[in-house]
Design a protein around this ligand. Structure first.
Ligand code: SF4
Length: 374
């Protein structure tokens, strides 16, 4: 196949659904790891098409959703400090921290800006030498190279008014944490194609070998997803476990060496506290000492009051993001939690599982349809 339309071809999709149904002798639980995949699954009704054959559960693949509240609190505190400009991607402005979001800081007079690239924030710093410009960097291995490039560029320009709050996270340790979680029921994973475009296959091979679990690197279109699911089901039925690459049109075995080199130059691996999930060893990134002057955590020491780790939110995002419940099983779904009044990040983000369910299938926790499926 060469063109996007072919990856949405209903005939090919129906044939794959039939193949999966005829192969599966029982119901298998498969987790898609990327929020973009979640939205495609819901949008195209793949979960409904495979009902009773494959239970698709959603993973922690929405970067905004797993950004911990203290990091957002820190960004809010910096935005309220005099002479600062805080930049980030659009979704980050709406995600609640412990009690507020960046829009609240902007409403209070803070200079909070949406940018489309970390390099935009570097340019803002270059043009505003009398202001402290802070980029709030979130995302998986996919977006980390751009943050690394921004630091390298700021270093080249010798900027002394640019720094980052780094909330980049790594997928493979999250897979291990999901497998180790009490009550885990995931039997195979669809790995995120765009993440693997950067990382390649290397870090997934040991997980497959040690955990005996199928992982299929998968794209985002309906035919991609169905093919990834079909490959998982084939392996599960044969009691096999391999790493397969369904997204070979983008993912090379060694990934993107230049992007990996930029990450390795700028960031070191650290333990990281995922929102709703908890501390996952070696799952985060921190700026290396050679570039530490660009670390906003060092540049803006903040009081514990400004960065509370306590939250009384009823949000069950951790259970949603680790596949233990579906969004509609959260008591707040569609009632007190909606995209207009989100209680948690998965209802805010364009990649959030709760937003996907709300948009495409509003079923409440009693199983009643809240609106028609689009
Ligand atoms: S529906 Fe709202 S409150 Fe419930 S898990 Fe999702 S984001 Fe959190």
């Amino acid at each position: 196949m060469k063109y996007l339309d072919e990856y949405r071809d209903p005939k090919i999709a129906r044939a794959l659904v039939e193949r999966i149904k005829s192969t599966a002798k029982r119901t298998w639980t498969i987790m898609e790891l990327c929020g973009g995949q979640t939205h495609s699954i819901m949008k195209f009704g793949l979960d409904a098409a495979l009902e009773g054959v494959v239970d698709l559960v959603h993973g922690p693949g929405c970067p905004v959703c797993v950004t911990p509240a203290p990091a957002i609190d820190r960004a809010i505190a910096i935005a309220r400090a005099p002479g600062t400009i805080v930049c980030s991607f659009g979704d980050m402005l709406r995600v609640p921290g412990s009690s507020e979001n960046l829009f609240n800081a902007r409403a209070d007079g803070g200079d909070v800006r949406v940018v489309y690239s970390p390099l935009d924030a570097v340019e803002t710093a270059r043009k505003s030498p009398n202001r402290e410009v802070v980029f709030f960097a979130v995302g998986f291995e996919t977006t980390a190279p751009a943050a690394a490039a921004a630091i390298i560029e700021a270093d080249r320009l010798a900027l002394d008014n640019f720094s980052l709050i780094v909330s980049h996270v790594r997928v493979p340790p999250a897979i291990e944490a999901i497998l180790d979680a009490p009550g885990n029921r995931v039997q195979a994973f669809l790995a995120a194609g765009h993440v693997c475009t950067v990382t390649g296959e290397g870090e997934y091979q040991p997980i497959v070998a040690q955990r005996h679990i199928p992982i299929v690197i998968t794209g985002f279109e309906p035919v991609d997803l169905l093919e990834g699911i079909a490959r998982c089901v084939d392996q599960l039925e044969k009691r096999e476990s391999r790493l397969e690459n369904q997204y070979a049109r983008s993912v090379r075995p060694k990934g993107n060496p230049a992007a990996l080199a930029a990450i390795d130059l700028v960031f070191e691996t650290v333990d990281y506290d995922w929102r709703g999930i908890g501390l996952i060893p070696r799952s985060g990134m921190r700026i290396r000492p050679a570039f530490r002057r660009f670390d906003a955590l060092d540049r803006f020491p903040t009081t514990s009051a400004e960065c509370s780790t306590e939250s009384s939110s009823p949000c069950r995002s951790g259970e949603v993001l680790s596949g233990r419940i579906k969004p509609h099983e959260c008591e707040a779904f569609g009632l007190t939690c909606t995209p207009d009044h989100p209680l948690g990040a998965p209802m805010v983000s364009g990649e959030g599982a709760c937003a996907a369910h709300y948009r495409y299938r509003r079923v409440n926790n009693k199983g009643s349809l809240l609106c028609s499926t689009k």
